[in-house]
Design a protein around this ligand. Structure first.
Ligand SMILES: [Cu+2]
Length: 126
């Protein structure tokens, strides 16, 4: 094997690893921070996806998710938390707070109105 072949193989393996990580890797978990008023607050940027897309909160404490929609793509114009009966329109370039108190623990998916963009809300016991 000459150097060129080795470089091509290494680059190929790196590209495959990246694709696997991108689609299947464990996303970074972002824990909400608790404000003075006792609300678990987290900012979520909406742009071709949710960032962060894994949010960890505690059950029984009010949650406020500030969704900032940084795009006009129609895909993201609504966010749905089906397990909590919440569906909310997200105006472009504005922050839309979504407030609720999770009363159950577990992992809950939130999506855009078309069920394409996805994020995960992990509710842990207090
Ligand atoms: Cu969509």
């Amino acid at each position: 094997m000459d150097m060129t072949e080795i470089v091509v193989i290494v680059a190929g393996v790196a590209a495959i690893a990246f694709v696997l990580w991108y689609f299947f890797g464990e996303r970074e978990r972002t824990a909400a921070s608790v404000t003075e008023s006792g609300v678990q607050e987290i900012k979520v940027t909406v742009k071709g996806g949710y960032s962060p897309d894994v949010i960890v909160v505690k059950a029984g404490t009010p949650v406020r998710l500030d969704f900032y929609r940084d795009e006009t793509a129609s895909c993201s114009e609504q966010v749905v938390f089906g397990d909590f009966g919440i569906a909310r329109a997200l105006p472009a370039f504005k922050t839309t707070p979504i407030e609720f108190t999770p009363d159950k623990t577990g992992e809950f998916t939130f999506t855009c109105g078309m069920n394409m963009m996805r994020g995960k809300l992990i509710v842990e016991s207090a």
